[in-house]
Design a protein around this ligand. Structure first.
Ligand code: AMP
Length: 436
């Protein structure tokens, strides 16, 4: 199936062609016609499925069909995202797909100067991509008017709620014109009761679109667990990166402190690494990401929140240096690899303390992840599990949801598995579903 049949205009088809996309992804096939018809949409889709183009393309088309009155440019579409990085990426997509249209867009998020944003808004913007906090700063300063919004998109709504943005979202909703006039699109990887409540309030007879089974990891991602003692993880990671000659690896830690420390230690091992997390300035985050993308930095060490929404093309390796406390985050993490048709590998270094977290993840995935003990890195069977601590006070902001601290008391070390435990492409170790 090609893009031509979806009802998109010539300008948009041209921009799509320039991106080299030959056919729409499943979410695009379903979402584009529904949004073009003006329907509200509730879509279950993770990053990596092509969801951004799925809402950006029809949004651009709908805005472009209505002429600008008397040169006035009120903001007519608002996209809310949880993180600065995701806002920047969505903003870049709006620019890319809208390059042959006369529409103007702006991206606003915190951590950078507000004045250039004010200036841009003053000059007139059709599409605004924003994080909730900075958007409300602009509202407070009366530098943005949301009363003419025709299309509202909540992107990664589940993560926005996880990050505690529900009050900000409510405030923003109160500033928008009456529902019924407005088209509302909600994208979320998971559907908690909170998300359903928000959807009930916001959406008007929405079209429900689900492309990958909920919480199912992408089929292109090969997953493996290497059991290893906690104190030897860093050594094993350096060994894997060096001996397998990985050039671009995204590594997840549970805490900001852990991310910094690991990046420093890898640096001492002669491996170029940068850390990306919420305590870093926006400039430092953008720089680290750019260096990683252009190959100057080989390893990017990230916390869950910082990594959410990162779109790095063809990222071949994701390493869980520590398992996340929340099983869904595992799916988000490994979704950084194997994107849009590319193969990827997700490796987890799991120590005895993390057995409960691993079981939670396998329960969510509904299958076991193959395990392989690497020669020379066999876990010491005398080491017993200790409770997982989440940062110094157990309340790291990167894990705002429930965590399993203190409940992880598994005492059984992982059994040694034959080295062929790793499943080959196409075997049952691979999961079905497009997204991730
Ligand atoms: P998203 O899920 O929106 O974060 O998109 C994930 C990646 O897929 C991005 O790098 C997009 O550029 C890419 N992409 C989006 N649509 C397509 C398509 N139809 N064909 C190939 N790649 C795509």
């Amino acid at each position: 199936m090609s893009f031509d049949t979806l009802g998109l205009s010539a300008e948009l088809l041209r921009a799509i062609g320039e991106q080299g996309y030959t056919e729409p992804t499943p979410i695009q096939r379903k979402a584009i016609p529904a949004i073009l018809e003006g329907k509200d949409v509730m879509a279950g889709a993770q990053t990596g499925t092509g969801k951004t183009a799925g809402f950006t393309l029809p949004l651009l088309q709908r805005l472009n069909t209505k002429p600008i009155k008397n040169g006035r440019r009120p903001v007519r579409a608002l996209v809310l995202t949880p993180t600065r990085e995701l806002a920047a990426q969505v903003g870049a997509s709006v620019e890319t797909y809208g390059r042959h249209l006369p529409l103007k867009s702006a991206v606003i998020f915190g951590g950078v100067k507000i004045n250039p944003q004010i200036e841009k808004l003053r000059r007139g913007v059709d599409i605004l991509v924003a994080t909730p906090g900075r958007l409300l700063d602009h509202v407070g300063q009366r530098t943005v008017d949301l009363s003419q919004i025709e299309i509202l998109v909540l992107d990664e709504a589940d993560r926005m709620l996880d990050m505690g943005f529900i009050h900000d979202i409510r405030k923003v909703l109160a500033l928008l014109p009456e529902n019924g006039v407005r088209q509302n699109l909600l994208f979320s990887a998971t559907f908690s009761s909170e998300i359903k409540q928000l959807a009930n309030r916001l959406l008007n007879r929405p079209e429900l679109i689900e492309v990958a089974r909920r919480n199912v990891a992408a089929e292109q991602i090969e997953q493996i667990v290497y059991p290893v003692d906690k104190l030897r993880k860093r050594e094993l990671l350096s060994h894997l990166i060096g001996s397998r000659n990985w050039r671009q690896v995204l590594v997840f830690t549970r805490t900001k402190h852990g991310a910094n420390r690991l990046a420093q230690q890898l640096g001492k091992d002669g491996l170029s690494a940068a850390a990306i997390h919420g305590n870093k300035s926006q400039g430092a985050r953008t720089r680290a990401l750019a260096d990683f993308k252009n190959g100057e930095v080989r390893i990017l060490v990230a916390t869950d929140i910082a990594a959410r929404g990162l779109d790095i093309d063809q990222l071949p390796h994701v390493v869980n240096y520590e398992l996340p406390n929340v099983a869904e985050d595992y799916v988000h993490r490994i979704g950084r690899t194997g994107r849009a048709g590319n193969e990827g590998e997700a490796i987890s270094l799991v120590c005895v303390d993390e057995q409960k977290l691993l079981r939670d993840i396998e329960r969510l995935l509904k299958h076991e992840i193959p395990k392989q003990v690497l020669e020379g890195y066999e876990p010491d069977p005398r080491i017993q599990a200790e409770p997982i601590r989440n940062g110094r006070n157990g309340k790291g902001r990167s894990q705002p949801r429930k965590h399993t601290e203190g409940r992880n008391r598994s005492r059984s070390p992982v059994k040694k598995q034959p080295t062929n435990a790793r499943r080959k492409p196409g075997s049952s170790g691979r999961l079905s579903g497009y997204g991730g």
